[in-house]
Design a protein around this ligand. Structure first.
Ligand code: KIV
Length: 272
């Protein structure tokens, strides 16, 4: 496995992501939800850091992304943005903060930008939320779209299976992707759809398409807890694990417990 370090240390902007697509440079994106993790990922050179509403699952222990609140997303977004020097910081708009009406949507997006100092927001949906998308964009807030499997709609789907396998859903996704690009979104996440459909959408759009479980695209995103092997009970086919931190952390904690129990820790050298 080769190690990548970015040659360009300038701050990543929405404009630079589009340039990366134009010159065929793939975009790396990972989630982070706290200051320490965001600092590590940013120093390692990732292009985009997403404060994803997957925090509802991996940080808060909820079964779905629905319960996480705008205040909770803002709390995490603020911590992440403070740590990041280079990556573009994207904060997810949580369920209920933009679907109601476009006035509420723009107010939520403004709160995220004002209170977190992130660079932009991400939201799920196409035609259903286009009025909100236009209003947020007209307030000068860049938007990353999200189509395909949209976890905030899990109660409508009833399953986390691959989306848009049927022609009608695939056509709707293609039309939504163009709608979002034409409205002015700067990038699009496609989650868990057939690779051939991702390829088609990425070829048709000028903005970068970032995939998760969607095959090759202009970039890829993974949830940090999954790719570092911290979450053990989530093993979809698309997930590549780059470490087994669950094992590393369990061993470290067990060694610590043993040292405390045996009075080996603290030693004289570790005492004042
Ligand atoms: O919330 C999240 O982590 C996401 C990614 C899976 C794209 O939306």
């Amino acid at each position: 496995m080769s190690v990548h370090t970015p040659e360009d240390n300038r701050k990543v902007t929405t404009f630079r992501l589009i340039e990366m697509k134009q010159r065929g440079e793939k975009i790396s994106m990972l989630t982070a939800y706290d200051y320490t993790m965001a600092g590590i990922i940013d120093s390692a050179g990732v292009d985009v850091i997403l404060v994803g509403d997957s925090a509802s699952n991996v940080m808060c222990g909820n079964v779905t992304t629905l319960p996480i609140t705008l205040d909770q997303m803002i709390f995490m977004g603020k911590s992440v943005a403070k740590a990041v020097k280079r990556a573009l910081v994207v904060v997810d708009m949580p369920f209920g903060s933009y679907q109601g009406n476009s006035k509420e949507a723009v107010a939520s997006a403004i709160r995220i930008m004002k209170e977190t100092h992130a660079d932009c927001i991400k939201l799920e949906g196409g035609a259903e939320v286009i009025e909100s998308v236009r209003r947020i964009l007209s307030a000068g807030i860049p938007i990353m779209g999200h189509l395909g499997l949209m976890p905030q709609s899990i109660n409508k789907y009833g399953t986390y299976n691959v989306r848009a396998k049927e022609e009608a859903e695939a056509q709707k996704l293609i039309s939504d992707a163009h709608l979002l690009e034409d409205a002015g979104c700067f990038a699009l996440v496609l989650e868990k759809i057939p690779a051939a459909l991702t390829k088609q959408v990425a070829a048709e759009l000028e903005i970068p398409v970032i995939g998760i479980g969607a095959g090759a695209a202009d970039g890829q995103v993974l949830v940090i807890h999954d790719m570092l092997g911290m979450s053990q009970d989530f093993s979809p086919r698309f997930l590549r694990r780059y470490a087994d931190l669950n094992e590393v952390m369990t061993n470290a904690v067990q060694n610590y417990i043993a040292d405390v129990k045996s009075a080996d820790f603290p030693s004289e050298k570790e005492s004042y």
